[in-house]
Design a binder for this molecule. Structure first.
Ligand SMILES: *Cc1c(COP(=O)(O)O)cnc(C)c1O
Length: 371
């Protein structure tokens, strides 16, 4: 699904030099490269605080730990996402409230959020799924009206823009009270191991979170809050420093590939391709995901795999149907879109190194099966 080797070959010298610097200086943990990356990412995102940590799941958990949420508080999130989002809500003994998503952008449904709000609701966690920014303007308006926190799960959409009706744009992950991201190798800004970060514009929250990631310490050996140990290591920070200058270029390469895919599928009776907005970068294509309608999606997958074309179903089971997150309050009729998407979606290879020949082979193979 991704080609990290060809991407590495192009930036090898800078990456290797960064790693060598860590080895030569033995600054493995909390070294200067981590601080440098933090500053570089704050500048890129135009956000006041970036707090690096060990992975994207930790980032989400720590972001939530920083807010004054109490066991039993309800946290609304999307039914159609990677399990990490709901997992950390449950781990913190908050009550996850899964809601349906929008059929067009596959992100959390604004109407479904409104319906799910109760006096116990304390936060909303939108996920910018597959690289496309959720409707943050509407989500922030709901949050203001009901006095809720917004925690953006930005693991899949770093670099994407959110557009507002007054014409302004902000980077995904800088609009809610706090956001998390992941630097897992296959993410849009991936390191060569695990990594993650938390973003916020709130000085007090940033301070609190800087302690939480470090065993709850603000002064050495004084543990003021219950914390965790979650660090981005210096080698990963070096890799990320080398890659961050290319993030916009990487986003463009993904959008170009998406445009070429979609051009081949336009008007096909069985294919609904993702929309691509030419004006803004609201979709950075972490995944290129088709909906296959009135045709055998699983058969298509087998056909592609047999031809050596990687493809995947993200995600095959709605979270409300997972054993770990089942809740007697959920009714199937509350999740028509997720229940439909899990049967229709298929993601094709998407990365920064796709060439025209590969795209042509993939699109022809899809069309050969669907006729
Ligand atoms: C990848 C991902 C995460 C978790 O990130 P890790 O670094 O793997 O822990 C969380 N949420 C979403 C939506 C993701 O895609």
């Amino acid at each position: 699904m991704v080609d990290l080797k060809s991407q590495y070959d192009k930036i090898k010298d800078t990456v290797n030099a960064s790693i060598q610097e860590v080895l030569d200086t033995t600054t493995y943990i909390n070294g200067p490269l981590v601080h440098e990356f933090q500053k570089n990412l704050e500048h890129y995102l135009d956000v006041k605080h970036v707090i690096p940590c060990a992975n994207g799941t930790d980032a989400l958990q720590i972001a939530m730990m920083g807010l004054d949420l109490k066991p039993g508080d309800e946290v609304i999130t999307a039914d159609f996402t990677f399990a990490a989002t709901v997992e950390v809500i449950a781990l913190l003994q908050l009550t996850p409230v899964l809601v349906d998503v929008d059929i067009v952008n596959m992100n959390i449904s604004i109407e479904a959020i409104k319906k799910a709000i109760t006096p116990k609701t304390k936060a909303i966690v939108p996920v910018h799924l597959f690289g496309r920014a959720a409707n943050m303007e509407a989500i922030m308006a709901i949050a203001r009206e009901h006095n809720l926190y917004v925690i953006e799960d930005n693991a899949q959409a770093i670099g994407a823009n959110c557009k507002f009706s007054d014409g302004t744009k902000k980077k995904a992950g800088t609009i809610g009270h706090v956001a998390s991201t992941s630097f897992f190798p296959s993410k849009n800004l991936g390191c060569y191991g695990d990594g993650g970060a938390i973003f916020t514009n709130d000085d007090a929250l940033a301070h609190k979170i800087r302690g939480i990631v470090n065993h709850g310490m603000y002064v050495r050996y004084h543990h003021d809050v219950v914390g965790v140990n979650s660090r981005l290591d210096s080698i990963q920070a070096g890799v990320l420093n080398a890659k961050l200058p290319f993030l916009d270029e990487y986003g463009k390469a993904r959008q170009d590939a998406a445009r070429k895919y979609s051009a081949a599928f336009v008007g096909h009776k069985n294919i609904i391709a993702p929309t691509i907005c030419d004006q803004c970068d609201c979709h950075v294509f972490h995944q290129y995901t088709l909906r296959i309608i009135d045709a055998d999606r699983n058969g298509l997958m087998e056909h592609l795999l047999a031809k050596g074309i990687p493809c995947a179903i993200y995600y095959p089971i709605p979270l409300h149907s997972q054993k770990a997150y089942a809740d007697s309050r959920y009714k199937e009729e509350d999740f028509p879109v997720t229940n439909q998407l899990v049967k229709e979606v298929i993601s094709l290879p998407m990365h920064t190194e796709l060439d025209d020949e590969q795209i042509q082979f993939i699109t022809e193979s899809v069309l050969e099966y669907l006729k």
